[in-house]
Write a protein of this length. Structure first.
Length: 89
């Protein structure tokens, strides 16, 4: 079977920690990467959920609603630093 080289830059601490888990599963890094690629090729999807924490999503929704209310009140957008000064933060 022919193969091709895949290279990626990864922070050393993340690589070390991931390799520790791979080895505990009885595999090396190359095998883990092959499993990931195979699953994506098989399903057409990332094999895990990518998203944000519920609290972060809620904060973003509240911020978006507040911004929309600000715009709806006829005010114009301004730099965040000016908003902080207005709020005395």
């Amino acid at each position: 079977m022919a193969t091709t080289l895949v290279q990626a830059r990864i922070e050393p601490d993340i690589k070390k920690k991931a390799e520790m888990y791979f080895h505990s599963f009885g595999m090396d890094t190359a095998t883990a990467i092959r499993i990931f690629f195979a699953k994506v090729a098989e399903t057409g999807k990332i094999p895990f959920i990518i998203g944000v924490e519920t609290e972060d999503l809620y904060d973003a929704m509240v911020a978006d609603q507040a911004y929309q209310e600000y715009i709806d009140s006829g005010k114009k957008s301004r730099p965040f630093s000016e908003l902080l000064k207005e709020l005395d933060v």
